[in-house]
Design a protein around this ligand. Structure first.
Ligand SMILES: NC(=O)c1ccc[n+]([C@@H]2O[C@H](COP(=O)([O-])OP(=O)(O)OC[C@H]3O[C@@H](n4cnc5c(N)ncnc54)[C@H](OP(=O)(O)O)[C@@H]3O)[C@@H](O)[C@H]2O)c1
Length: 253
């Protein structure tokens, strides 16, 4: 893959990330040609021809191809890229010779965000590549990672973001279903947990385990018996505490 002089982006795909990225590029007044296989006119710069012809036109008029499609489709689509293009994909997990990974360390929700929000997203790129050559016109913070560490990095991201999302969602469900409390009551508490996580100071670890209030922990375990999946999550939390310097009595593990 060459380092192409910048002419225009070709943004391929019309999913979650594409919608945000298209908005970001256009907010920065960067030229972008859009293509999606599904023909959605808002994601296709050329909508008067079939998917194949639309793709050809977009590729011909672009220098930088952004493969914003689902992970399993990246490699096949990347074969359409020529050596004259610079090809980038956004997956944290995929490794292919045809395109370089620039993984945005962010989760993209339903709503579009402010320009400053997009500008602050860190990109984790493959070692040996220049961020400005991959994504010209973007000044986001960026960090390089060796190929051999990508799978571990992505697993950690998934654990940090996706698993907590499901856990917090389920706890919100329990607030409403079992306790008749609105789930939004949790938001300030969870925001503070996230704020504390920027330092990970030991003093920010609070609660009965931090205090060694084991009678309280015992009542937690008993009350969670009604939700086996939450009980399992709580037990895993005790194991993590045990492994990170907060010894837990053996009868509670
Ligand atoms: N969403 C996030 O928060 C996030 C964060 C970081 C990185 N990423 C990465 O961004 C990339 C896109 O993720 P996403 O969340 O935007 O996925 P998504 O919302 O599921 O959208 C996937 C897109 O891929 C297209 N597609 C699927 N199979 C295709 C094929 N064979 N040929 C052409 N297009 C195909 C789909 O087209 P149709 O609509 O026609 O099915 C759709 O436009 C992935 O590599 C993902 O790992 C996402």
């Amino acid at each position: 893959m060459s380092q192409s002089a910048f002419k225009s982006y070709a943004l391929l795909g019309s999913g979650r990330l594409s919608r945000h990225f298209s908005f970001y590029l256009q907010s920065l007044n960067l030229p972008v040609q859009l293509w999606s296989r599904n023909g959605d006119p808002s994601f296709n710069t050329y909508s008067d021809v079939d998917a194949e012809a639309r793709l050809n036109r977009v590729l011909q008029s672009s220098s930088h191809v952004l493969l914003a499609v689902k992970d399993a489709a990246i490699q096949k689509l990347a074969q359409r890229v020529t050596p004259a293009h610079t090809a980038v994909h956004f997956s944290g997990a995929v490794r292919i010779p045809e395109a370089v990974s620039a993984h945005p360390l962010m989760t993209f929700g339903e709503n579009l965000e402010s320009l400053d929000w997009y500008r602050s997203i860190p990109f984790i790129i493959e070692e040996g590549h220049s961020f400005s050559a991959l994504l010209p016109g973007l000044n986001n913070p960026h960090f390089a990672l060796a190929a051999g560490q990508r799978a571990y990095y992505h697993a950690l991201c998934s654990l940090a973001g996706n698993s907590t999302f499901l856990l917090w969602k389920q706890i919100g469900d329990e607030f409403e279903r079992t306790l008749n409390l609105p789930r939004h009551l949790l938001a300030p508490f969870l925001h503070q947990v996230v704020a504390n996580s920027s330092q990970f100071a030991e003093t920010s670890f609070t609660g009965p385990v931090a205090r060694g209030d084991w009678e309280v922990v015992k009542t937690h375990l008993e009350s969670l018996a009604r939700r086996p999946e939450l009980l399992q999550a709580y037990r895993q939390y005790l194991e993590i505490a045990e492994h990170t310097g907060h010894p837990v009595p053996e009868n509670l593990l």
